[in-house]
Design a protein around this ligand. Structure first.
Ligand code: ADP
Ligand code: MG
Length: 351
C-alpha cells in the first residue's frame, strides 16, 4: 500500500469559491451581455441599448427603460443568490422570468468592475453605485437619470489572467454580442434594441418595435433572407395534457448559405438544442437538391413543467420532456413544407 500521508483537505476561502463560480456563469463577454439584456427584458424594458468597447473586455454597458431597482435593495443587489424573481424552489416550475439564480450580477463583480445607475418610477433622481466582489464599494450617490437601469461592466476578467489572455488572442467577442442582440430582436419584436461599438455613431443592430415578425427579421438579417422564408406552425394536443406549440419561419429551397442560422426560443428563453439543430440540418440535406444550410427562427412553447431550465450554469441549454417526439414532429412539418416549396419552385422555373 502507499506509504505517503494523504494531502490535507482545506476549506477554500469564500472569495476563491466565488471567483471560480463566477468564471463559469460569465464565460466570456458575450455571456455577460446576454445576462444583462435578459435582466432588462425581465424588468419589462421596451428599449435596450448595448455599447461595447474592445469586444467587451474594456466596457460593456446595457441601458434599459425597465422598472428600475429600489434604493433599499442596492446594498444586496450584487450579492450572490439575491434575486427578486424566485423565492421557493417550486417556483422554478412556473417561472416566467429568464433570471432566477441571482448570480449574474454577483458573478460580474467577482471578475470585473460593475457600476449600476437606476431610477424607479416617481423618483426625482436616480442613484449610482459601484460594486466589487459582491459588495457595494460606496454609498449610492444621487444622480440624474432617466427611466430604468444602466449597468456598466469594466475590465472584465482583470483578475483571471489565463481567461483574459485567451480572449485577447482569439477573435473579439463583438460578433457574438451582435448575434445575441440580433436573436433577441427577432423574438422580442415589441422591444427596440440597439448594439454599437463604443464611440461609433452607427449601430450594428438597430431594431424598432414592430408588430410583424418578418419586419423584425428583415430589419436585422436583411430583405434577401426574408424573401426566401416560409412560415411554419404546428401544435400537438396529444393525450389531452401535453400541449406543444411551435411557430416560426424557415428558409425555402431558394435560400443559399454556408452556415446554419438557428434562432431558437423555448418558452421565451433563447437556448441551444443541438439535437433539434442536427435533425433540421439533416432534413434540409435530405430534402433539398443543393446542400444549402437553412435559416430558422423557431419559437416553441411547452407546459413549464416539461422544461427543466436549471441544467446549465449559463442556462444555455434546457432539457425537455418528450424531446424525441417533439423533434420528430418538427422534422415532419419542415420536411412537408420543404417538399411543397420545392415543387413550387421547379414549377415556376419550368413555366
Ligand atoms: P436574477 O436575474 O437571476 O434575479 P441577477 O444577478 O441577474 O439575478 O439580478 C439580480 C436582481 O437584480 C434581479 O432579480 C433584479 O431584481 C435586479 N435587476 C438586475 N438587473 C436589473 C435591471 N436591468 N432592471 C431592474 N432590475 C434589475
Ligand atoms: Mg439575471
Amino acid at each position: 500500500g502507499g506509504g505517503a500521508d494523504p494531502p490535507r483537505i482545506r476549506r477554500l476561502e469564500e472569495s476563491v469559491v466565488n471567483r471560480i463560480a463566477a468564471g463559469e456563469v460569465i464565460q466570456r463577454p458575450s455571456s455577460a451581455v446576454k445576462e444583462l439584456v435578459e435582466n432588462s427584458l425581465d424588468a419589462g424594458a421596451s428599449t435596450v441599448s448595448v455599447t461595447v468597447k474592445d469586444g467587451g473586455l474594456k466596457l460593456i454597458q446595457v441601458s434599459d427603460d425597465g422598472h428600475g431597482i429600489r434604493f433599499e435593495d442596492l446594498p444586496i443587489l450584487c450579492e450572490r443568490h439575491t434575486t427578486s424573481k424566485l423565492s421557493a424552489y417550486e417556483d422554478l416550475q412556473t417561472i416566467k422570468s429568464m433570471g432566477f439564480r441571482g448570480e449574474a450580477l454577483a458573478s460580474m463583480t467577482y471578475v470585473g468592475h460593475v457600476t449600476v445607475t437606476t431610477i424607479t418610477e416617481g423618483q426625482l433622481h436616480g442613484y449610482r453605485v459601484s460594486y466589487k466582489d459582491g459588495v457595494m464599494e460606496n454609498e449610492p450617490k444621487p444622480c440624474a437619470a432617466v427611466k430604468g437601469t444602466q449597468v456598466m461592466v469594466e475590465n472584465l476578467f482583470y483578475n483571471m489572467v489565463a481567461r483574459r489572455k485567451t480572449l485577447q488572442n482569439s477573435n473579439d467577442d463583438y460578433p457574438k454580442i451582435v448575434d445575441f442582440i440580433s436573436r433577441f430582436a427577432v423574438h422580442h419584436i415589441n422591444v427596440s434594441f440597439s448594439c454599437r461599438k463604443h464611440g461609433a455613431s452607427r449601430a450594428d443592430v438597430h431594431s424598432a418595435s414592430t408588430s410583424s415578425r418578418l419586419d423584425a427579421i428583415r430589419n436585422v438579417y436583411g430583405a434577401s433572407v426574408v424573401r426566401d422564408l416560409v412560415e411554419i406552425e404546428v401544435s400537438d394536443e396529444d393525450a389531452g395534457d401535453a400541449v406543444f406549440k411551435m411557430g416560426g419561419y424557415i428558409s425555402n429551397a431558394n435560400y443559399v448559405a454556408k452556415k446554419i442560422t438557428m434562432i431558437l426560443f423555448i418558452n421565451d428563453r433563447l437556448v441551444d438544442c443541438t439535437a433539434l439543430k442536427r435533425a433540421i440540418e439533416f432534413v434540409y440535406a435530405a430534402t433539398l437538391p443543393q446542400a444549402s444550410k437553412p435559416f430558422i427562427y423557431m419559437s416553441i412553447n411547452l407546459p413549464s413543467e416539461h422544461v427543466d431550465v436549471n441544467i446549465h450554469p449559463t442556462k444555455k441549454e434546457v432539457s425537455l420532456l418528450n424531446q424525441e417526439r417533439i423533434i420528430e414532429i418538427i422534422k415532419n412539418v419542415i420536411e412537408e413544407k420543404l417538399r411543397n416549396s420545392n415543387t413550387t419552385r421547379i414549377f415556376q422555373t419550368q413555366a
